[in-house]
Write a protein that binds this ligand. Structure first.
Ligand code: TYM
Length: 334
């Protein structure tokens, strides 16, 4: 904790095309928390290789993601934005925590079950131990809060379990982190199947709004969004498609669900879709322009990559050395 501020840690994978779900569920909240907290936002490239990646594409996407963090309004002088692979403490702590995590706990993780069903030919140990690396990410920075979408809740709970187990043996080593979920946007659903979350790995491109989609594409996807045959704009489990559109609208405009329902009372689904599309374009167009501008600032971005990795390594190193000492590794000779 610096300057008495509480600490935030979060991360995103540089795989696939990022979606509106990643933005509304995570990135938008990250940017709003930077004044109040000491924030570490990581591009988790080590997590990405649990699924086979093309090296050139991964490298490019990781850099583009770091640029996106800045474009989303996160000031890299204040917050620490960096690549996970540039701070070796992540992998080192993950190894240690592997030895305090049970096979049974990991095999219950729904993301492991989903991903191993999808990639049957590559069910590797890294995919299995993925949540332990995620726990190491968070615990290295003694994070108080972790802003994520609802899909990461199970991983956060196992992180807390591992930290509590470790603290019970060795004393108060780790801060126990809490999840931070936005009131709207914490689970953006697919536009084609509103029972399923919007995902960058969805095979149907109409199911997801990608952050780099142009205005026409965004409007077209919303026009095609699956709704229902009730014909009344309501909110609840019997209207998952309409509820998802309302949630997206609220997450983009900052309005409350009740306000939005009042606004659309008596209006048709077509009008709602247009309004949501416009609200999304209003968020993404400036973001895209900022990404385009920053991408050309090569020296500036390089400097941030270097400086921020050093800042992250400094904080992470302190926790790692404490852990190593507690478990009985010989102290370094200075
Ligand atoms: P990832 O890369 O899959 O997603 C990044 C963030 O986007 C959120 N998200 C969503 N939110 C709302 N609706 C959706 N449809 C949606 N899809 C994705 C995710 O919840 C996440 O917050 N394991 C993590 C990355 C990670 C991490 C960490 C996160 C690694 N270490 C430490 C926090 C702390 C992941 O794969 O997120």
């Amino acid at each position: 904790m610096l300057d008495g501020k509480k600490v935030i840690f979060s991360g995103m994978q540089a795989t696939g095309n990022l979606t509106l779900g990643n933005y509304l569920g995570a990135l938008k909240n990250w940017a709003q928390l930077t004044d109040e907290y000491e924030c570490y936002y990581c591009v988790v490239d080590e997590h990405s290789i649990t699924i086979r990646q093309d090296p050139a594409v991964l490298r490019k996407r990781a850099r583009a993601l770091l640029i996106l963090y800045i474009a989303a309004g996160i000031d890299p002088e204040k917050s620490v934005l960096y690549f996970q692979s540039h701070v070796s403490a992540h992998a080192e702590l993950a190894w240690i925590l592997n030895c305090y995590t049970y096979m049974g706990e990991m095999s219950r993780m729904t993301q492991f079950k989903d991903k191993s069903a999808k990639h049957e030919d590559n069910i590797n140990v890294g995919l299995f131990a993925y949540p332990v690396l995620m726990a190491a990410d968070i615990l290295l920075y003694q994070a108080d809060l972790v802003p994520v979408g609802i899909d990461q809740k199970q991983h956060l709970e196992i992180c807390r379990d591992i930290a509590e187990r470790f603290n019970n043996i060795y004393g108060d080593v780790f801060t126990i982190p809490d999840g931070y979920y936005g009131s709207t946007g914490a689970k953006v659903m697919s536009l084609q199947n509103p029972e399923k979350k919007m995902s960058k790995s969805d095979e149907n491109p109409n199911a997801s709004i990608y952050l780099m989609d142009d205005t026409d594409t965004i409007m077209r996807k919303f026009k095609r969004a699956v709704t229902d045959s009730l014909g009344v704009i309501g909110y609840g489990p019997e209207q998952p498609g309409i509820s998802n559109l309302i949630d997206i609208y609220c997450a983009c405009t900052g309005k409350k669900v009740e306000e939005a329902l009042k606004e659309f009372d008596g209006r048709g689904y077509g009008e709602l879709k247009m309004a949501v599309g416009e609200a999304v374009c209003g968020q993404l167009a400036p973001l895209q322009a900022e990404v385009a501008r920053l991408t050309k600032e090569k020296d500036y971005i390089d400097r941030i990559i270097k400086n921020n990795a050093e800042r992250a390594a400094y904080t992470a190193g302190k926790t790692l050395r404490k852990v190593q000492h507690k478990i009985g590794f010989p102290d370094r000779i200075r």
